[in-house]
Design a protein around this ligand. Structure first.
Ligand SMILES: Cc1cc2nc3c(=O)[nH]c(=O)nc-3n(C[C@H](O)[C@H](O)[C@H](O)COP(=O)(O)OP(=O)(O)OC[C@H]3O[C@@H](n4cnc5c(N)ncnc54)[C@H](O)[C@@H]3O)c2cc1C
Length: 391
C-alpha cells in the first residue's frame, strides 16, 4: 500500500483523503464530495456516456436510481440515502442493456456490486464499460421500518425529518425542531434498525469496485469534510489521478491513526455481522425444512422473489412453469417451488435481501437462501478458501 500527498501519481492499493473543489457539490455531499466530483469529471470528460446515481425522491425514505447525462445535474445526486428499497445490479441489465453499448459510471453499495459481478459472470453485463465507485456500507433501513422506528423510538413525526445519517454507531435524524441520535445496538435489541440481511453482511468495504469510498478513517480537521478513498484497480487509479491533476478535487495522505481506526471499525462490523449470522441461523438449526415449508405456505405466487433477484434472470414465466414446476391455479405452490429456487441460486446468493424486502407476504426468503449459501461456503472454505467477496 502506498501513501502520498498532494500531486499524486496514484496507483492501485493507495489510500487517500479526497475532497471536492466544487462549492455546490461540497454543500450537498455526505462527506468530502469526492464521489460526486469523480462522477462529474468522468461525464464532463467523456470517459462515460452517463452516470447512474441515486437521488432523493418524494422524501428521505425514497431513494430513486437516476440516469444522468448532463454534468450540471450531478450535484443534485450528492449525499447518502440509507432508507431506500434499492438494488442497482439488475437495473443495469434490465434497463441499460447490460452496459454493452454505453459506458456508465455509478455508485454502488457492496450488495449492488456483488449482484453486478454475478450478472457479469453470466455475460449479461459488460464490466469493461462500467466505472464503479463502491461506498462502504454499514447497512440500510427499510423505508417502512425507518418510519416506524422514528415514530415509536424517536418520538418524532417521520414526515418532519429532513435528513438521516448513520454515524459512529448511531442512527441520527434532523427534523423540524431538532436532531436526535440513538445507538444502532439499542435500536436493534428493541427490534428496530437495519434490514436483517444487512446485519448479517460481511462485505463492508467494496474492494471489487474501482474505488472504495467512505467516511471511516477520516479524523482530525478533515473529519466530515473529506472522503476516504481506497484505490482498488488500475482503472480507479487513473480516474482519481486525472481528476486530481485537473484540480477538481484535492487529496492528501490519510492520518495514520485514521487508517488504524478504519481497520478497527471494519473489523468490529465484521464481528457484528458474524454475531447476527449466528443468531439468525440458529432459528433454523432444529427443523430448517419445517420452518421453510411453514413460512412459504403463505406464498401467493407473485414471483417478485424471482423478478428482483440479481442472480436469477430467466423470464419469470419460464422459471416458474418449467424449472420450478408450479401448477397453474395452485396457491400456495408446492414448497418444492421455493426449495428449487434456493437450490438454483445457492452457489451465488449475495444476501442482498431483495427477495425478502419485496415479498408481499413477508416470507423470510433472504434468511433461508443466505443460510444455505453460507453453509455451503463453510463446507468448502477449509479446502478452497473463502470466496473473493463474501456476502
Ligand atoms: C446506505 C449507505 C451506507 C453507508 N455506510 C457507511 C459506513 O458505514 N461507513 C462508511 O465509511 N461509509 C458509509 N457510507 C458511505 C458514505 O456515506 C459516503 O457515501 C462516502 O463517504 C462518500 O462520500 P462523498 O461525500 O464523497 O459522497 P457524495 O459526493 O455525497 O456522493 C454520494 C453518492 O452515493 C450515492 N448514493 C446515495 N445513496 C445511495 C444508496 N442507497 N445506494 C447507492 N448509492 C447511493 C449517490 O448517488 C452519490 O453518487 C454509506 C453510504 C450509503 C449509501
Amino acid at each position: 500500500m502506498g501513501l502520498f500527498s498532494s500531486k499524486p501519481d496514484i496507483k492501485k492499493g493507495d489510500m487517500v483523503y479526497a475532497w471536492t473543489s466544487d462549492a455546490e457539490i461540497a454543500k450537498k455531499a455526505e462527506c468530502g464530495g469526492a464521489v460526486t466530483t469523480l462522477l462529474k469529471y468522468a461525464l464532463e470528460n467523456k470517459m462515460v456516456d452517463a452516470v447512474l446515481a441515486v437521488q432523493r425522491g418524494t422524501d428521505i425514505y425514497d431513494a430513486v436510481p437516476t440516469l444522468i447525462t448532463d454534468p450540471k445535474k450531478l450535484a443534485g445526486s450528492a449525499g447518502s440515502l440509507h432508507c431506500g428499497t434499492l438494488l442497482l445490479s439488475k437495473m443495469i441489465k434490465k434497463y441499460l442493456g447490460g452496459a454493452k453499448n454505453q459506458k456508465i459510471a455509478l455508485t454502488v453499495k457492496g450488495c449492488d456490486l456483488m449482484g453486478i459481478l454475478e450478472i457479469a459472470k453470466r455475460n449479461e453485463i459488460n464490466l469493461a464499460n462500467l466505472f464503479i465507485i463502491g461506498v462502504n456500507c454499514g447497512g440500510t433501513v427499510s423505508p417502512i421500518m425507518a418510519r416506524k422506528m422514528i415514530t415509536e423510538k424517536f418520538g418524532v413525526d417521520p414526515d418532519t425529518v429532513h435528513k438521516e445519517e448513520i454515524d459512529k454507531g448511531q442512527f441520527i435524524i434532523e427534523y423540524e425542531g431538532g436532531h436526535k441520535g440513538i445507538s444502532i445496538d439499542e435500536l436493534e435489541e428493541a427490534g428496530y434498525g437495519r434490514r436483517s440481511n444487512c446485519r448479517r453482511c460481511l462485505y463492508k468495504v467494496p474492494r471489487q469496485a474501482d474505488l472504495a469510498c467512505g467516511n471511516w478513517g477520516v479524523i482530525g480537521d478533515k473529519a466530515g469534510k473529506a472522503t476516504f478513498v481506497e484505490v482498488c484497480s488500475d482503472k480507479g487509479a487513473d480516474w482519481l489521478s486525472r481528476a486530481a491533476k485537473a484540480g477538481v478535487l484535492a487529496t492528501e495522505a490519510p492520518n495514520p491513526k485514521g487508517l488504524e481506526m478504519r481497520q478497527k471499525v471494519e473489523g468490529a462490523m465484521l464481528k457484528l455481522g458474524e454475531k447476527w449470522r449466528k443468531r439468525d441461523f440458529a432459528a433454523l438449526s432444529k427443523d430448517p425444512w419445517g420452518v421453510i415449508s411453514k413460512e412459504t405456505s403463505r406464498c401467493i405466487k407473485c414471483y417478485s422473489c424471482i423478478e428482483n433477484c440479481p442472480v436469477c434472470f430467466k423470464p419469470v414465466e419460464e422459471m416458474a412453469k418449467k424449472s420450478y414446476m408450479v401448477e397453474p391455479g395452485q396457491v400456495p405452490p408446492n414448497p418444492m417451488f421455493h426449495m428449487r429456487r434456493f437450490a438454483h441460486i445457492s452457489d451465488s446468493c449475495v444476501n442482498c435481501g431483495q427477495c425478502e424486502e419485496l415479498c408481499p407476504v413477508e416470507i423470510r426468503l433472504a434468511l433461508f437462501s443466505h443460510a444455505i449459501r453460507a453453509e455451503q461456503d463453510a463446507v468448502f472454505a477449509p479446502k478452497f478458501g473463502k470466496p473473493a467477496y463474501s456476502n
